[in-house]
Design a protein around this ligand. Structure first.
Ligand code: BGC
Length: 364
């Protein structure tokens, strides 16, 4: 169906990262889906300007979100931050399993040696001019999941208080950091984090963070693993410094083929991408998020997407370029999952890039 277009607004306040232009606008089709080819959706608020400046990003995954650093194959060193910067990424999302490095009982003190590793990563990225999204990842018990090997248990009754206490410490610790550091209270709430429970817990975390970081940008995501269709259930306090996030792994049977943490996924091996049905699966969540964003005037950032290394290589590249283009058409900035592990762009052992995949993300 042919669409009519309406231009709604405005200009970037910051310079737009990731190849963005200085000017941008929201263009909507007559079905209300923002459908602009311009670089950013930017009403004149700090949150929209920052969401624009996040540009193109990458997750530094499977390092500090493993039960212990190195156990999931990625160990931090200066090379990691140099490579991320040199490749041209504007943002690094640092995924961190705080829960395995904080005391099980009140006051739930975070291990200073672990905090020093997080400090090192945050500072290394900020010093190179990157934006950093610092999250809390894989607090397995909070979602009611089975613990990973190497992960200790805490009493169920303290799970949520402990999360708030960990954020109190993280927020205090980083309160004087650059505004290019953003916090993300929790990756992919799901399971026993129902919308009602999660909305209440998120409100507590935000209230705690705001005591020491009144204006820091905070990235907030809905339940069901940050699924766009759950954005409608996300209840947020009135706070101008929030950016919403979704994760998009559609089509799941393509992106997660052969993933050993997804049961049955070996039978998907050989799935290609992206035919018309798969393209529709990829853009559907983006359109849901774009409509939600327009209705709420809260910017949306796609914090994870990517395809596992067992997917056919050429299809992986085609998928990556397609998702990137569709996000950018909608003025959404993003972070690829992830830098140097199973979905990775780079091999730490050889220092080699997966060039076609990197180009699919960053080349013109
Ligand atoms: C998880 C990773 C997982 C990825 C893709 C992320 O949110 O933290 O462990 O590999 O999603 O499934």
């Amino acid at each position: 169906m042919k669409r009519g277009f309406v231009i709604l607004a405005a200009a970037c306040l910051f310079s737009c990262g990731g190849g963005g232009s200085g000017t941008s606008s929201i263009v909507t089709g007559n079905d209300g889906v923002p459908a602009t080819g311009t670089s950013c959706v930017t009403p004149a608020t700090a949150a929209y300007a920052a969401a624009c400046a996040l540009g193109r990003g990458v997750n530094l995954g499977n390092a500090l979100d493993g039960p212990n650093e190195g156990e999931w194959g990625v160990t931090l060193n200066d090379d990691v931050f140099d490579r991320i910067k040199e490749a041209g990424f504007a943002t690094m999302r640092l995924t961190v399993r705080w829960s395995n490095h904080a005391a099980a009982t009140t006051p739930y003190t975070i291990d200073p040696a672990f905090m020093a590793r997080v400090d090192y990563a945050v500072k290394s990225a900020l010093d190179r001019g990157l934006y950093v999204v610092l999250d809390m990842h894989h607090y397995r018990q909070l979602d009611g999941d089975t613990r990973d090997a190497g992960e200790f248990a805490v009493a169920d009754a303290v799970l949520e208080d402990r999360m708030v206490a960990m954020w109190q410490q993280i927020a205090e610790h980083f309160k004087d950091s650059s505004a290019k550091l953003l916090f993300e209270p929790y990756n992919e709430p799901h399971g026993r984090q129902t919308a009602a429970k999660w909305n209440a817990l998120l409100a507590r975390v935000l209230e705690t963070v705001r005591v020491t970081n009144p204006t820091r940008l905070v990235i907030v995501g809905p339940v069901q693993w940050n699924n766009a269709s759950a954005l409608k259930d996300l209840v947020l306090p009135k706070d101008p410094n929030l950016i919403a996030t979704i994760h998009n792994y559609e089509p799941f049977q393509f992106t997660h083929q052969g993933a050993d943490w997804v049961s049955g996924s070996s039978s998907w091996l050989g799935t290609g991408c992206c035919d018309a049905t798969q393209r529709a699966q990829i853009v559907a969540p983006l359109d849901i998020a774009a409509r939600w964003s327009q209705a709420t005037q809260i910017p949306v950032w796609v914090g994870e997407f990517g395809a596992y290394e067992k997917a056919p290589a050429a299809a992986r590249v085609a998928y990556t370029r397609f998702v990137r283009d569709e996000m950018e058409k909608r003025g959404m900035k993003w972070a690829y999952w992830e830098f140097a592990s199973g979905f990775g762009l780079y091999k730490q052992s050889t220092g080699a890039w997966n060039v076609p995949l990197r180009d699919a993300l960053l080349a013109p």
